[in-house]
Design a protein around this ligand. Structure first.
Ligand SMILES: C[S@@+](CC[C@H](N)C(=O)[O-])C[C@H]1O[C@@H](n2cnc3c(N)ncnc32)[C@H](O)[C@@H]1O
Ligand SMILES: [Zn+2]
Length: 274
């Protein structure tokens, strides 16, 4: 069993002719034609379109597909391969997966991708729809990470790249020897973009919050420089939490800058239960 009912928490069974899922209390969830499952009942929705907007999702896709964060994807997949000890299939969850870039990269770059059972969850329906269309081998659901409708201890690995975490749910979903891989910004991430926005740029304080009882078993810092063109520079800006500060004049100065080199800085951490 993979999923539990988001309404009554009973196991969900698949009805094979329709491919939809249902529980013993007759709650029913259809598979969308793109192949994803919507497990976010209306009563759990706090807004009409929760999560990242369609515009943010498009910006992220355009930027990521251009390969600017490919070295990060390579580091993530190398770490997964290095620490892969479980009997196949290895159940992997990309939490707050957005439009699924890292999930696709894991399938493309990991050794023996046929031994991976890839899952992605995000609260933004548009993002999940795009992810499911592009990666039919993976399983995507629309749901909130506040209550993730998967069975207890289903996953061998949970990956969180720049997405909101939820320690209690991570602990519930990971196997006892499961791994948690997180990517967070390093001290100088996007330094030159921030120079346009803030009077005085300060190094970002690195804080790795692990669930209680978890310890770090590997950590890497990856930093390199990118030179995105105007279009990708704007897409990058839209992806960041400081986009709203960079309106009007600041935005056009960023756009007009010649050959702007921007530092990236990532901290990639792998943790497991002590
Ligand atoms: C900064 S994006 C990162 C997306 C992806 N991990 C990537 O790096 O390309 C954060 C993602 O978290 C999702 N998100 C925000 N709140 C969420 C929640 N409560 N439950 C699930 N996903 C959520 C957003 O919709 C968005 O796709
Ligand atoms: Zn139910």
């Amino acid at each position: 069993m993979t999923y539990i009912c988001p309404i009554c928490q009973s196991p969900l069974q698949q009805h094979l002719p329709s491919k939809g899922y249902y529980c013993e209390n007759k709650h029913h969830f259809d598979i969308a034609k793109e192949g994803y499952l919507n497990l976010l009942p209306v009563q759990h929705k706090k807004s009409k379109e929760p999560g990242d907007s369609r515009a943010m999702m498009r910006s992220r896709r355009s930027f990521l597909e251009a390969g600017f964060y490919q070295p990060l994807a390579q580091t993530i997949t190398a770490l997964i391969d290095q620490h892969r000890t479980v009997q196949p299939p290895m159940h992997i969850l990309d939490m707050g997966c957005g439009e699924g870039y890292y999930s696709r990269q894991i399938e493309a770059l990991c050794q023996h991708p046929e031994q991976l059972d890839l899952h992605g969850i995000d609260i933004a329906k548009n993002a999940i729809l795009a992810a499911a269309k592009k990666q039919p081998n993976a399983h995507f659901i629309v749901a909130s990470n506040k209550r993730m409708p998967y069975a207890d201890h289903y996953f061998d690995l949970i990956v969180i790249v720049y997405a909101p975490a939820n320690d209690a749910e991570v602990v519930r979903l990971l196997k006892t020897d499961g791994l948690l891989l997180t990517v967070t910004p390093g001290p100088r991430h996007l330094w030159q973009l921030k120079e346009f926005i803030y009077k005085e740029v300060k190094e970002h304080k690195v804080e790795i919050d692990l669930p209680e009882g978890y310890e770090q078993i590997d950590s890497r810092r990856l930093s390199y420089t990118i030179t995105p063109d105007q279009e990708h520079r704007m897409a990058l800006l839209q992806m960041t939490p400081f986009a709203w500060r960079a309106k009007g004049e600041i935005q056009s100065r960023i756009q007009r800058a010649q050959d702007l080199e921007i530092e990236t800085d990532f901290i990639i951490t792998l943790a497991t239960k002590r």
